[in-house]
Design a protein around this ligand. Sequence first.
Ligand SMILES: [Ca+2]
Ligand SMILES: [Ca+2]
Ligand SMILES: [Ca+2]
Ligand SMILES: [Ca+2]
Length: 493
Amino acid sequence: MLAAMGAWLRGAVHVALCAGLAACGGDPRPQNPPDAPPAQDAGTRDGRDASALDRDGDGVPDASDDCPDVADADQADADRDGVGDACDPDISIVDADGCRRDGREVCGNGTDDDCDGTVDEGCACDPGAIQSCFPGKPAQRHVGACVDGQQLCVGAPGAWGDCGIAIEPGPEVCDGLDNDCDGAADDALTCDGSLRCPAPGTLPDARPFEDYVLDGAQMFAGAARWSWTITGGPCDRLFTSQGRPTSFELRGGDTSRPTFRPTVVGDYLVRAAITTPGGDRLGCSFPLHVAGAGLRVELCWDTTGEDDIDLHLHAPRSTQDWFSADDCYHMNCKGSSPQRIAWGYPQSALSACENGPDGDDWRALGGCSNPRLNLDNIDTPSSAELITLDTPEDGATYRTMASYFTSTRSETPTTHPITNVYCAGHLVASLGQFPDLVPQFEQPDIEPYGATWRAADITTRVDGRGVTTCEVAALHPPGQTTGYDVRLGDPSY
Ligand SMILES: [Ca+2]
Ligand SMILES: [Ca+2]
Ligand SMILES: [Ca+2]
Ligand SMILES: [Ca+2]
């Protein structure tokens, strides 16, 4: 999947480059090369002097600009053919590291095109959007052990934040991998082959609610002490920062064969630290993908275990109030719920849910409902809430909402919820993360519910192979273009 995303992103780079150049695939030569005789008519229809025109605004008049449609104030022309480097098809726009010679950062590609160490800086984005990114040199992206991270769009107007949980190029070490991402594994080293770390994309995917054994013996066969750590998505990072348990389990983290058991899909980063009896310290870092079709919405908050916040997902083509049959929530969407929603979606195979909470109830129902509330914080304290819809419709829009039900704290309690949207196993949006916290999300004891946060409208597209992609539109207070739509005691859609 990472490879597929890489191909997609490389495609995006190409499109963006073409959009940025005057004549991708056409004749890039300037209309008036610098050595051409002056045009007969130097005037324009509005009477201005054509010699003063400067279409790309780089300070060099078009008549003498070696790239009149691409800003290149320095007029660099390495091969001296009269066509500036910035638009010359004879010269690659990028150097050997993949860095752009014109110093331009191309937006929306998750690549550090200008090689200044930050990715897509100065680019507009929708707050809460997530994109794959790579903080190393562009030529190292998707090469060897290098793996993309993710960056979150924050603030208003939005700007891309740090590119987190990527695997960046590092010094070459004996591990069977290409650590410096130059295309050759263990190059310039003499290795005995005792350490073999998994290359990106070579491990089978994990699945929610299923045990996944990480086999250290495949990496290092000798006697050793082991220590494993796994970094998960936004909710797990929130829980970890607060010293709370994560949504996933890692059993036997000090053995050579630990078991990982995730609840939510997405990209995880696994690290194994190995200490040999002689005191040598070895290590492997690699991505592990937890796969899952369709749409998943996850909700967590910073006071989990003390406050009961409930996740809701609304049926498409309906504006019925929340807490109705058109709302998937704890009263009708769990295996053990007293009522059962009927949105007309087929059940998924039992294996998709029977190993999670309410397993006996799902088995009694003969399958996993769609959508379903897989995780309810009231049953699984200290975890996130999760709604799964394996079979979303093509072109349907689902609204997600968080409702502050109750708190064990005595004062008017405030909390900070995060809503994450995953499509086809990939995190595509995360709303409410620091520093864009949801304000005034509190429980002032308004019956029958306190604050409600309508987080996003998610429109799903399902292609001919059944693969879901999503467009996530964050919701704002009525009549506003920024901020969070938080209301008190209001069940309306
Ligand atoms: Ca940059
Ligand atoms: Ca870029
Ligand atoms: Ca190498
Ligand atoms: Ca290596």
